[in-house]
Design a protein. Sequence first.
Length: 404
Amino acid sequence: MVTEASTNLPNAPVQRGREFLVTPGPTPVPAPVLAAMGQQSVDFSGQDFMDLADSVFTDLEPVFRTEGEVFIYAANGHGAWEAALANCLSPGDKVLIPEVGQFSESWRDMAAALGIGSETIPADWRHAIDPNRVEEALRADSTHSIKAVLIVHVDTAASIVSDIAAIRKAIDAAGHPALLMVDTIASLGTCEYRMDDWGVDVTIAGSQKGLMMAPGLSFTAANEKALTVARSSKMPRRYWDWEERTRGEHYQRFCGTAPEQMIFGMRVALDLIAAEGLDAAAARHHRLANAVRAAIEVWSEGGFVSFNALIPGQRSNSVTTILVPEDFHSKQIRDRARNHFGVALGAGIGALRGKAFRIGHMGDINAPHILGALGATEAALRSLDIPIGAGALDAAIAAIADAV
Ligand SMILES: *Cc1c(COP(=O)(O)O)cnc(C)c1O
């Protein structure tokens, strides 16, 4: 006798098949990177490992498009945030924070914990910062008490991209000597970023988003100006210290035992990045982001979900934040999508907790990954009887097909 078990258990969670991870970090790790991380430990003072590690330092530079110095930490992005602050600032210094979203706030809180004061240029998280406001704030600081401008390139909470070159121009127009520090944790590898050409003094990045590695490594890249400031800064530090990491024995580059398996993985990730090319990777991210945006545009016709970023040109290549109405908790959509349709969506965070969900579209992703995630998300929305426009998947497919 044939039984149809599935019809008896219509609401059972689906536990088979691959889960489509579209959280905006961590992102899926390519199989060759995972395989490289499965290698046995080696003597960290052996020539082979030292050469391999050195090649990772060297090959990170073109990813930042810098000729400055890159530092690697066995830490998540928060570690590199602290590293940038601890090296370039002294207790009692002040920083200017043009607020883009949650990550601007968290970076400011970290500065406060280190005894660094801050001035915030507030924003509504739905628009990018107007560079003129940065210029105004710096002009008003006639005594040059502001030592650095801390800006997030793509704020993963708001999914808004900042115009870094324009921020540099604003600093220069004000004739202000503040350092420009940029958090590219969610943007590096997904869109154009030119540290040296754009006059960025310190760039912060992490391994687990656009760079296709597992979480656990983070980076600061510093130009000559930042390295010079660091030499006279008074913040107590040892593990993060740039100078300490550039002298003496090789192991000092990591201030101790190298995170070997992560370096093995990063080596392969850098090879994959080089094989595709940064421009091609940015173009791929742009096409896939367009597909996501095309679907959301149609879903929005139902009057329920909507884009957080109000200006289309400010929507990032890496992640899209989708708002839900005030009287609805977005966790319902995330739980339904994950438990029944095999897609792990990002949560709304900070001020958008419960009020939004996020679709990450960065790293080792392609058309079927994104179309699959969009299809499964739509299934979740429909199963919850959420009103959406018809034809979102068609629009997403068209966006991808037309781009070829
Ligand atoms: C993810 C993220 C961070 C935090 O990185 P962690 O690795 O979680 O510490 C900081 N800034 C931005 C823009 C991010 O997307």
